[in-house]
Design a protein around this ligand. Structure first.
Ligand code: IMP
Ligand code: MG
Length: 185
């Protein structure tokens, strides 16, 4: 991790404890029922991989990829499906796994698309939540950490495709994204 570019907000150890707790809650909720966990690429890949190992009840996984932010740190509200699910979700209990809910537009859009495919139920699990930035009424059923209005990278989250591999949840220093935005203008 380049500590000149980021500040650590949540350490790998703290993440691990939280993911264990979330996994327990999810397992309790779905025990004895069918469960299909749907990870939203790319941001959720790391959280998803850790989370499912903490869910001690049978499950299946699938992935969906959507475009959200470009290089900019501001949500456009426009979401495009880049990769759809491999399987039908009709009659299934689905758990959408997201890295972060910011405005809520992405997850709202995804759940409305999936709703039309008639699953038995839809719940949402996010690692991070920025409730102050919400532009919709969406709320996660399982949520890891609440963060202020800061730009987060690491643990799967990127800025212009970088920093995803960092094991901690970090804040990208303003000096770093400011430089990129000045170049974009
Ligand atoms: P929303 O539609 O505004 O809720 O944004 C959701 C998506 O934007 C997330 O799945 C992330 O991919 C991305 N995003 C939102 N906030 C951040 C952030 O602080 N860092 C990195 N990506 C973010
Ligand atoms: Mg993203």
């Amino acid at each position: 991790m380049n500590l000149q570019e980021v500040d650590i907000l949540i350490t790998a150890e703290e993440i691990k404890a939280k993911v264990q707790e979330l996994g327990r809650l999810v397992a309790e909720d779905y025990r004895g029922r069918d469960l299909l966990v749907i990870g939203i690429l790319k941001g959720a890949f790391m959280f998803m991989a850790d989370l499912i190992r903490e869910i001690d009840t049978p499950l299946e996984i699938d992935f969906m990829a959507v475009s959200s932010y470009g290089a900019s740190t501001v949500s456009s509200g426009e979401v495009k499906i880049i990769k759809d699910l491999d399987y039908s979700i009709k009659g299934r209990n689905i758990l959408i796994v997201e890295d972060i809910i910011d405005t809520g537009l992405t997850v709202k859009y995804i759940s409305s698309i999936l709703h039309k495919r008639e699953p038995a139920s839809i719940k949402i699990c996010c690692m991070l939540d920025k409730p102050h930035r919400r532009k919709t009424d969406i709320k996660a059923d399982f949520s890891g950490f609440t963060v202020d209005d800061r730009f987060i990278v690491g643990y799967g989250l990127d800025y212009a495709e970088k920093y995803r591999e960092y094991p901690a949840i970090c804040e990208l220093k303003a000096s770093v994204h400011q430089k990129q935005e000045d170049r974009d203008e």
